[in-house]
Design a protein around this ligand. Structure first.
Ligand code: ADP
Ligand code: MG
Length: 145
């Protein structure tokens, strides 16, 4: 496995974490899967909000905690936002319809819960809470070697 850091920044507000998401959206290229890691309240959904703003400006991003999957679409882009917090196995993942989104750009919160479904080549986003309003947002490219 090869890991290449794209950027690692400290943010001091939700807006700055949104900007980090927007930055990634501008450099996502051919990558179709963004695996996100970070505790509850870390800022994963905030990051997705900024990311989506760049590609689907009209979308309203909210946490898919209950819906499990949110869709954001425009003429050019189709984004699947999944919150895997309550997913524990492949049956759960199948049941929520995740496998219908294979040709979409996927952003997955709680990717550790769906490790079996994260493709070898993906973008990894790790958000760590440093302080009440301070986060470390680390974004890497992961590839099979
Ligand atoms: P997650 O999806 O990881 O559970 P959310 O994005 O839903 O997290 O929530 C993050 C919470 O942390 C929000 O209440 C937000 O206002 C707060 N917050 C404070 N500082 C930051 C920061 N630097 N980046 C992101 N969120 C922050
Ligand atoms: Mg969230």
């Amino acid at each position: 496995m090869i890991r290449q850091i794209l950027f690692d920044i400290i943010t001091d507000s939700p807006e700055e974490t949104e900007s980090a998401g927007e930055k990634l959206a501008g450099m996502i290229g051919e990558n179709r899967f963004v695996a996100m890691y970070g505790d509850l309240g870390a800022g994963k959904t905030a990051f997705v909000r900024g990311f989506v703003r760049r590609l689907v400006p009209d979308a309203q991003v909210c946490s898919p905690t209950y819906s499990i999957i949110n869709e954001y679409t425009s003429d050019k882009n189709k984004i699947c936002h999944i919150d895997a917090y309550r997913i524990s196995d492949d049956d759960d993942l199948y049941s929520c319809g995740f496998y219908d989104y294979s040709d979409w750009l996927i952003l997955a919160e709680w990717s550790e819960n769906i490790a079996f479904a994260v493709p070898a080549d993906h973008v990894e986003v790790r958000i760590t809470q440093l302080d009440e309003n301070r986060r470390d947002v680390s974004v890497s490219l992961v590839k099979e070697d």
